[in-house]
Each structure stands twice: as C-alpha cells, then as structure tokens.
Design a binder for this molecule. Structure first.
Ligand code: FES
Length: 249
C-alpha cells in the first residue's frame, strides 16, 4: 500500500497545494512569527525562517502560512511561493511525524545509499517522496549532506545517521514507528519533524550541544597532522604571488 505524496524534490514544479486550505496557525503563532521578523534588519531575510515556522505548525507550507508570511514581510504571496517552492526543505504536502532522508548522491550511492533507499522503500511500503498512510514516516531521497566521510548516511529530521547498513536502517525505521527513543549516531536525541522545524525557525530547544561537533572521520586528517607535528604555514612566510604580465605595465 502506498502513502500520500509530500512532494518536495527538484522534479516537482508548481505552486504550494491550494487544494488543502487547512491550517493550525493561531494568533499566538502569528505573534511568534512577528518575533522572527523583528530579528532581521531586512524583513525579506525573515521569509525562510518563517516558512520553517509554518512547517513546525502545519507540517507543510500551507496556503494560510504563505499568506501570513507575505502580509508580515510586506511582499506578495507569489514572492513567498517562489522561495517555498525553490528549496527542497519546504514541503508542499505534509511530511511524516518523522522525516527520513537517504543520501543518494555519488559517494553515498557507491557505498550503498541506493540499496539503503531500496530497503527503506520496501520496508515502509512507500516510494521516495511519499509518506506512510498512518502519517508516521515520510521518505526522501536527499542530495549530498556534506557527510561523505560517513557514507552512506541517512537523516532523521535533519539529524545524521552515519555509516548506515540495510540492517541498521530497518532497525531505525522500526524504532521510529514504535515510538522508541532514538538517537542520532552523533548523539542528539531525535524529536520530531515539527520540533526540528521550530528550531530551524530560530527557537532553540536547548539541545544544541548534544553530541560531538565533529565525528572521528572528519577529524582523522587533523589528528594525523597533530601526531606528526604538521601545521599550516605562517601566512607572513609565504612569498607574494608573481604579478601577472598585464599587471606589470
Ligand atoms: S554523498 Fe552522501 S553525504 Fe556526501
């Protein structure tokens, strides 16, 4: 059985979903969106965090959310739509309670990312770009997460799951579905898609320091350099580049 589409990826074009006019935004939410706006000298700079905020409430970019952002920022709804439909982190259909990404870009794909995606699709009974019928898990093929040294990687609500295998992927999905507490392989506790979106909107949850800031694979080069006493050259000791011929005239 296949779930509903949440539609977010590059091949999807068009507007936000106007067939679903539902919203959970309240006046209290709009007030919080004003707080976001107040943080930015240029009102347009608040569009992206405000859209994350809309997702933290509605689970998607709702037409009502677009309208509120446009009104508060002082731009047209078309301009807000332009931002919301350009970036893949903004969803036009509801994402699941947990949003799972599988990196399928070259390095992860070579290291098993395609097989991971295949495993997740079969285990969940949905395709990438869809949400399970119970609304628990949405699945997305994501591009390089800048974590190639931990390939193949998955994400849950943008938290890293490093060095995944088909077995650990199935275990992760089962734990997420059962509501069991799950931690990123880097330590952070996995909350929910909506809670993560609220943090991206600029409302910290106090957990920024959970887990290391850099994993062992990212630090390997640095550790080797330290062991061998290597360091960056003193910029003052580097000779200035020779001027180009046209600069010598
Ligand atoms: S290719 Fe997957 S993190 Fe870079």
């Amino acid at each position: 059985m296949s779930g509903h589409e949440f539609q977010s990826h590059f091949e999807v074009s068009g507007d936000v979903d106007h067939t679903d006019q539902s919203t959970s935004l309240t006046e209290a939410n709009v007030q919080e969106m004003r707080y976001i706006l107040d943080r930015y000298p240029q009102p347009r700079s608040a569009i992206m965090p405000m859209l994350h905020y809309v997702q933290s409430v509605d689970g998607r970019i709702s037409p009502a959310g677009v309208q509120v952002v446009a009104e508060l920022v002082g731009v047209s709804e078309a301009q807000v739509n332009g931002v919301a439909t350009f970036y893949t982190m903004y969803k036009r259909r509801p994402a699941g309670t947990q949003h799972v990404g599988v990196c399928v870009t070259s390095l992860c794909a070579i290291m098993g990312g395609d097989y991971l995606m295949d495993t997740c699709e079969k285990h969940l009974g949905i395709k990438a770009g869809e949400t399970t019928p119970d609304g628990q898990i949405s699945l997305e093929a994501v591009e390089c997460n800048a974590a190639c040294d931990f390939a193949p990687v998955m994400m849950v609500n943008w938290e890293f799951m490093d060095n995944m295998t088909p077995d650990t992927a199935v275990d992760l999905l089962d734990k997420l579905r059962s509501g069991e507490e799950v931690h990123s392989t880097r330590g952070a506790k996995i909350t929910s898609w909506k809670e993560a979106e609220r943090v991206l909107a600029g409302f910290p949850d106090g957990r920024a320091d959970e887990g290391p800031t850099a994993g062992h694979a990212s630090l390997t080069g640095l550790n080797i350099a330290r062991e061998r006493g290597w360091g960056a050259p003193d910029p003052a000791s580097i000779p200035a580049p020779e001027p180009k011929p046209e600069e010598q005239k």
